[in-house]
Design a protein around this ligand. Structure first.
Ligand code: PBG
Length: 339
């Protein structure tokens, strides 16, 4: 039956009817808030940022996001927990960097201390740690370099595994490798199991693309490569079949959850990766995606609340079970206040 018997508008006529047939929901329990923690107390302008207080430093390219000292980090995590947000994801800014990124696996490294502090103050809030070397290496690449300055895949695996175990030991609830080395999920799984952490799940950044949308993050985390780019390890944005293959390999290696990153221009892959793996899928709504919305909203070009909730809904509709987003706190608050 078609028009005039069929009228699609019948079920759109009121808020009640629209709610009755709504296919997709978003709630705070599906959101993950990324946080940046600094080892040195941010005391004044550093890099592009402006100090807003002794323990919080604004990130110029990501309005509303700050680099946090340990104590400010716990405050921020507490606010997230009170809003019902499921998890925080930690990125560390160490005081010192070296060629191998050894700060990444130190027992008293910045992320390890941060994890302990949050788990002690807020045992129920999940802590996910980003496992990568780029914030800790002097050259800013995600692994160790060979003499020809390319990233040495196999030599990096052990360092990533060591880093993941140090996070688990500090109390991380999930570890999330973002380096894009081949074989890292297996290396991390083996090391976790061998060191007494068989229950720690791995959220693999499986389909992570070499994307221009990471620009603001690299500013925030001080992790831009000193030379070259990441196209030798992160994926080509043109490749969809390859993304599914990456995700399936991570499943074979023992991933518990897989991720597609960035999110907004990659909805097709959120859907395909979900279908192919049958694992829970996380979408990472990255820094550049956040910055675009913030800039447009600040200019008065977009309604921020409506835009953010539409974006999050669309990622859920594409198939994301979990969304990692810098909008998490705002979104969680908006979701409890009906329009
Ligand atoms: C570290 C890492 C990056 C992001 C998450 N983990 C940067 C990169 O790969 O260059 C990007 C997150 C964002 O843009 O919000 N490898």
């Amino acid at each position: 039956m078609a028009f005039p018997q069929t009228r699609m508008r019948r079920l759109r006529a009121s808020a009640g009817l629209r709610g009755l047939v709504r296919e997709t929901d978003v709630n705070a329990g599906q959101l993950v808030l990324p946080l940046f923690v600094t080892e040195t107390e941010p005391t004044g302008a550093r890099g592009e940022g402006q100090a807003s207080s002794s323990s919080r430093q604004q990130i110029a390219t990501m309005p509303g996001v700050e680099r946090l000292s340990l104590s400010a980090l716990v405050e921020e995590a507490r606010e997230a927990a009170e809003l019902g947000i499921a998890a925080v994801m930690l990125f560390g800014l160490p005081a010192e960097k070296d060629e191998h990124g050894s700060g990444a696996w130190e027992e008293a490294g910045v992320v390890q201390l941060a994890t302990r502090a949050i788990k002690q103050a807020l045992p129920e809030l999940l802590v996910i740690t980003d496992v990568c070397l780029c914030e800790y290496t002097s050259h800013g690449h995600c692994g160790v370099l060979r003499e020809d300055e390319t990233v040495d895949n196999d030599a990096t695996l052990e360092l990533l595994a060591r880093t993941a175990v140090s996070h688990a030991r500090a109390g991380a609830d999930l570890v999330a490798p973002s380096d894009m080395m081949d074989g890292r999920v297996r290396a991390i799984r083996e090391e976790l199991d061998g060191e007494g952490f068989p229950q720690t799940p791995i959220l693999a950044y499986s389909a992570k693309f070499a994307s221009a949308f990471y620009g603001p993050f690299r500013e925030a985390a001080d992790s831009a490569p000193a030379f070259g780019d990441r196209r030798g390890y992160q994926m080509d944005p043109a490749n969809g079949r390859e993304a599914v293959r990456e995700a399936l390999l991570d499943v074979q290696e023992g991933a518990d959850m897989v991720m597609v990153k960035p999110a907004l221009a990659y909805g097709d892959l959120i859907r395909e990766v979900k279908r192919a793996t049958r694992l829970p899928v996380a979408a990472y709504n990255v820094s550049g995606e956040y910055a675009m919305v913030k800039a447009a909203a600040a200019a008065g070009y977009l309604d921020e609340r409506a835009t953010v909730l539409e974006i999050l809904t669309s990622l859920r509709r594409a198939g994301a079970d979990t969304i990692i987003t810098y909008h998490a706190k705002d979104a969680a608050a908006w979701l409890t206040q009906p329009t």
